[in-house]
Design a protein around this ligand. Structure first.
Ligand code: ATP
Ligand code: LTN
Length: 330
């Protein structure tokens, strides 16, 4: 069975973008792959965090992973910060990354453009840590939203570079980016990604939003004045975003939705999207509450940590031998 790995940062409340672009795919892959899904909390501290909030977001993320359908019996769910090998391998790969390579990462460039002060060195080097997360487990595939593809490509380059210098050590992973929903846009600014750390509550649907509030956000989503229902992300990005959300939540193709809406208005479409979001969130939140109430989160993470930890321990030991960091004779 091929191995697949991915993670999400607990950098805020999970959004519908995280679900559509990432988590729903994880769920569909767990039958056919050996799946490792983790909470990338060492990535969350690349920006300043309130410790209580980070804890809450982390527990919520675990519960939401499961509420979305990840089954700890099938998938290894673990917490990055509990396994020190991630930062260890992260450092080693930082030492194999070039400044120019990291400077080219668009996510870093975007963050630089937005918040000119307070950019940490961690924010700059985090793709090397992400590469460590991936290469540690010999993942064949890495499902991500389109914004993360470049980081997986860096992981590929680092794996090849390392293998070339020291002999076969890492599997060269492949990014898997879905065709529909790889980039859900802000409802208020549809040329920008819907993002959990962005402070624009009207543009973002949180998975823990009150369903009726989420429906209102859809009803007031920015569209355009053309008045024609068609899928044209370039000229009608807001409308394309709504079509993508509906298609992702109902599994009806965008083409078929567009056909159904010939001669109808944006208001009708918004109503249907709003209802789909309302139904989805209502059902998800019932499951989320049950998981929180079950008190099983700690045990699930401990089990996942144990399983992942064994692999991580072996991999870092191998890397250290290859690099000449271990001096014991074997
Ligand atoms: P942040 O705002 O803190 O950068 P984020 O909301 O962008 O966070 P991440 O933790 O970086 O979320 O991403 C987790 C996964 O969700 C990644 O695979 C990412 O590509 C995907 N993802 C995030 N936002 C979206 C979006 N708007 N549309 C589709 N996929 C998304
Ligand atoms: N950097 C990613 C989260 C992440 C990840 C990973 C995703 C960290 N390590 C390994 C896939 C594989 C993000 O910000 N979304």
């Amino acid at each position: 069975m091929k191995r697949m790995l991915s993670g999400v940062k607990p950098s805020g409340r999970l959004t519908l973008g995280n679900y559509i672009g990432a988590i729903r795919h994880f769920v569909s892959y767990q039958e056919d792959y050996e799946l490792f899904i983790f909470i990338a909390n060492m990535h969350a501290i690349t920006v300043q965090n309130d410790p209580q909030e980070l804890k809450k977001n982390t527990r919520d993320l675990i519960a939401l992973y499961m509420a979305c359908g990840l089954d700890p019996e099938k998938t290894t769910l673990f917490l990055q910060s509990d396994l020190p090998q991630h930062t260890e391998l992260g450092w080693i790969l930082t030492c194999h990354s070039y400044m120019g390579e990291l400077q080219r990462m668009t996510q870093y460039k975007d963050k630089c453009a937005k918040q000119e002060t307070g950019i940490t060195a961690g924010l700059f080097t985090y793709p090397a840590l992400m590469a460590a997360d991936i290469l540690m487990y010999d993942a064949d595939y890495v499902p991500v939203g389109v914004d993360q593809k470049q980081h997986v490509e860096l992981a590929r380059n680092l794996a090849e570079r390392f293998n070339h210098r020291y002999g076969d050590t890492f599997i060269v992973p492949e990014p898997v980016v879905a065709e529909v929903g790889a980039k859900i846009m802000s409802l208020q600014n549809p040329t920008k990604k819907m993002s959990k750390s962005e402070n624009n509550p009207k543009g973002t649907i949180d998975l823990l939003d009150e369903p009726s509030v989420a429906r209102k956000k859809i009803m007031s989503a920015i569209t355009d004045s053309l008045g024609i229902i068609q899928y044209d992300p370039e000229n009608q990005p807001g409308l394309a975003n709504l079509l993508t959300i509906l298609s992702s939540l109902t599994n009806e193709s965008i083409d078929s939705i567009v056909k159904r809406y010939q001669g109808k208005g944006y208001g009708d479409l918004k109503k249907e999207v709003g209802q789909a979001v309302y139904d989805f969130l209502s059902e998800l939140q019932v499951k989320y509450q049950a998981i929180i109430a079950s008190g099983k989160i700690d045990e699930i993470i401990q089990n996942g940590n144990e399983k992942a930890g064994k692999i991580a321990y072996k991999k870092v030991a191998k890397v250290k031998r290859k690099l000449g960091l271990s001096i014991q004779k074997r």
